[in-house]
Ligand binder design. Structure first.
Ligand code: CA
Length: 234
């Protein structure tokens, strides 16, 4: 028997928290929850959850801080942030800190469940077999989510490595943001296309692998077509 998938909800609004618990239990997940930041962080770090749903505004410790602290210890942990609808800054900040995805509030339960399933599907497939990627001067160990640029070590999130691996598997052509969302994030076609999520991840990757992130030579933009990884083995 496979063990149930465990989800942690960190959300201080009781109505949202209780509603999420009901829906996720109904979908067969094992659910734990926290209403305050410190308790949420504590459970996140010790509870071995398959996925964490993380609100931003929380008493005691906010979702950004929690996300950052989780990432400092575990770069594999899937995290979806629950963000206020109209705030781009919230979304960008959360993704920069290493969240895998975000769902804007107010969200439809159906939309949230689809996102949860997409993130879980990806994380359970596992990374492609471990390998070494050479990009420019950077050598990346995909299993350990780390790279070396000379003597400097670079830490990647799992999602960043997945983006690089997917682009590396398609070196001969640009890959569109929609394709990355579908193949790397696992979004089914027909969902809202959240291309900003892709752009933020690309920007983060450029800061890590490019000499000049503003003039990328390895992870390039092909105007109107998408992104392409120049792997040097052309
Ligand atoms: Ca809140």
């Amino acid at each position: 028997m496979t063990r149930p998938i465990r989800i942690l909800i960190v959300e201080d609004e009781a109505a949202i928290r209780e509603g999420l618990i009901d829906v996720l239990v109904f979908h067969g997940y094992e659910v734990d929850s926290a209403a305050e930041g410190p308790d949420g962080l504590d459970k996140a770090l010790t509870g071995r959850f398959d996925l964490i749903l993380l609100d931003i505004m929380l008493p005691g410790l906010d979702g950004y801080e929690i996300c950052e602290r989780i990432r400092a210890e575990d770069r594999h942990q899937p995290i979806i942030m629950l963000t206020a609808k109209s705030s781009d800054d919230d979304i960008i900040h959360g993704l920069k800190l290493g969240a895998d995805d975000y769902v804007p509030k107010p969200f439809s339960i159906q939309q949230l469940v689809l996102r949860i399933e997409a993130v879980l599907r990806r994380s359970q497939v596992g990374l492609e077999q471990a390998r070494t990627l050479s990009i420019g001067d950077v050598v990346i160990d995909t299993e350990n989510l780390s790279g070396m640029n000379g003597n400097d070590e670079i830490a990647f999130t799992r999602r960043e490595i997945e983006v690089l691996c997917y682009l590396a598997e398609n070196p001969e052509r640009p890959v569109s943001r929609e394709e990355l969302l579908s193949k790397v994030w696992g979004y089914a076609k027909g969902l809202d296309i959240e291309t900003r999520t892709v752009d933020i991840h690309i920007a983060k990757l450029r800061r890590k692998i490019e000499t000049d992130p503003k003039a990328p030579e390895n992870l390039v933009t092909v105007r109107g077509a998408g992104y392409r990884l120049m792997t040097g083995s052309s």
